[in-house]
Write a protein that binds this ligand. Structure first.
Ligand SMILES: C[S@@+](CC[C@H](N)C(=O)[O-])C[C@H]1O[C@@H](n2cnc3c(N)ncnc32)[C@H](O)[C@@H]1O
Ligand code: SF4
Length: 458
């Protein structure tokens, strides 16, 4: 079992620097506006290809959480929601014909707050998606839910629409923290939301918590952990608060003097790791925990776990099609992203275009590195012979540049590297993105970047 003490504060201090989270490789900051709609169509039109995961972004929230780093628009206007749905349906109808021969195995609504939209509106989106795409009978349909804006009968209606997974935002139950981050959410609201899900037959439930928030204390966070563990969700995400006020204006409302110091931050994470593992949860990697019988843990055991913009996923080998403002797609060896700005996304749709803002066409080197980085992020383990066979390379000649960095991490006990394997040590698994960074051609020499734009490793 991994205990709270396995990550020494001295290690944290040494590696407490920003770095990519590798929900993709190359990462989104490397996308270029030179990649446009015609490039997207070229990749989409390759036939007989992989199954699809669909992601639908709903940007609206009725209240700003000050910590929020998501692409969201604060409004209470029902009319804006309706306008958004109207354009989203246009986007779906425009892009659907390009993917006629693909099976949809997964559909996820993220945000923002997808349940800002009424179940009937979500239902219309699903109906048009079902008309345009071929859904697998066992398709996983999931939604991020903010328990504070959930109507009485909403979850049952969502289950009737086919939703079979839910992810609930909680963050912390400590009232002091809730005031500091402008997110007042009672325990009752969360308990009720989970109860509603279970009664409606949605048993796969994830809960999001965050550490590193202003006014967070060990005692308060301990109580939050105990309360959440009592609810026994099948998955838990414990995100480290990424404080990037230059990028996210709302975060300027947070008093940085109230942020826990790096030692407290790592203690909070250590406490979460200790409590969750003691309660029987498995650490999957990068903030994510799951019960051993959960599909995520089973996929990790069988080597089929994958990482994409939605986090970890069991549906390996799929292409990802992102719909809505700021959504990212990964089709074949390409990445592309819709405009992050809502009015730009609207304008693209209004002039009859597919709203592609920027993207990237992977070269062979990107593909090889993405594979290695994916194995590190998902399994914490790279079988070197498998990579050599697949890409006809001599691994250590090809990645000679990664060696000094890996040796530095090895001397700190975070990773073991030899001629046949690279394996993250148990404590190294909390630094996966640092290990992955050794193979990132786009990072400046020395591994993780030193300036803003990326969140801290721990
Ligand atoms: C899009 S939100 C999910 C759902 C919904 N909007 C809610 O808050 O209930 C996804 C999650 O991202 C996490 N998150 C948001 N801002 C973050 C930040 N600055 N650093 C780390 N995690 C963050 C929160 O845990 C949040 O629940
Ligand atoms: S955390 Fe969720 S509810 Fe809060 S502002 Fe961000 S997206 Fe909206």
């Amino acid at each position: 079992m991994i205990s709270a003490t396995t990550v020494e504060p001295s290690l944290l201090a040494r590696y407490d620097r920003p770095g990519p989270r590798y929900t993709s490789y190359p990462t989104a900051p490397n996308f270029s506006t030179g990649f446009d709609e015609s490039d997207f169509r070229r990749f989409a039109e390759v036939r007989g290809h992989r199954p699809l995961s669909l992601y639908v972004h709903v940007p609206f929230c009725s209240n700003p959480c000050f910590f929020c780093g998501c692409n969201r628009v604060i409004t209470r206007s029902v009319a804006r929601g309706e306008e958004y749905v109207r354009r989203l349906l246009q986007e779906i109808e425009r892009v659907g014909p390009l993917f006629r021969d693909r099976r949809v195995e997964q559909l996820h609504f993220g945000g923002g707050t997808p349940n800002f939209l009424a179940p009937a509106q979500l239902g219309r989106i699903i109906e048009v998606l079902r008309r345009q795409f071929d859904f697998a009978p066992n398709c996983e349909i999931s939604v991020e839910i903010d328990p504070r804006v959930l109507g009485n009968d909403d979850v049952r209606k969502l289950a009737d629409l086919g939703f079979n997974r839910a992810s609930l935002g909680v963050q912390d139950f400590d009232p002091d923290v809730q005031v500091a981050v402008n997110r007042l959410q009672s325990m009752e609201q969360t308990v009720n939301a989970i109860g509603d899900c279970r009664r409606a037959g949605i048993h796969s439930i994830n809960v999001d918590l965050m550490y590193g928030l202003p006014r967070q204390t060990r005692e308060g966070f301990h109580r939050t952990l105990e309360a959440v563990l009592d609810m026994r969700p099948s998955r838990l995400a414990i995100y480290g608060y990424a404080h990037l006020p230059q990028m996210f204006k709302g975060q300027r409302q947070i008093n940085s003097d109230e942020l826990p110091d790096p030692n407290t931050r790592v203690a909070l994470l250590g406490m979460a790791i200790g409590a969750l593992t003691a309660a029987g949860y498995r650490y999957i990697g990068m903030d994510h925990f799951a019960l051993p019988e959960d599909e995520l843990a089973l996929a990790q055991d069988s080597g089929t776990l994958q990482r994409n913009f939605m986090g970890y996923t069991t549906r390996g080998g799929s292409d990802l099609l992102g719909l809505g403002v700021s959504a990212i797609s990964h089709i074949g060896n390409s990445f592309s992203q819709n405009p992050r700005d809502l009015s730009e996304w609207e304008r693209a749709l209004d002039r009859g275009a597919l709203p592609v803002w920027r993207g990237l066409s992977m070269d062979e080197d990107d593909v090889i590195r993405a594979d290695v980085i994916g194995r590190i992020m998902c399994q914490g383990d790279v079988d070197i012979a498998a990579i050599e066979r697949q890409y006809a390379i001599d691994f250590w000649t090809y990645f000679a540049g990664a060696r000094p960095l890996l040796e530095e991490l090895a001397s700190d006990g975070l990773v073991w590297a030899c001629s046949s394997r690279i394996v993250a040590s148990p404590k190294g698994r909390y630094f996966l993105r640092l290990i992955a960074g050794c193979f990132d051609r786009y990072l400046p020499a020395g591994g993780a970047v030193s300036s803003g734009g990326y969140s801290k490793i721990v």
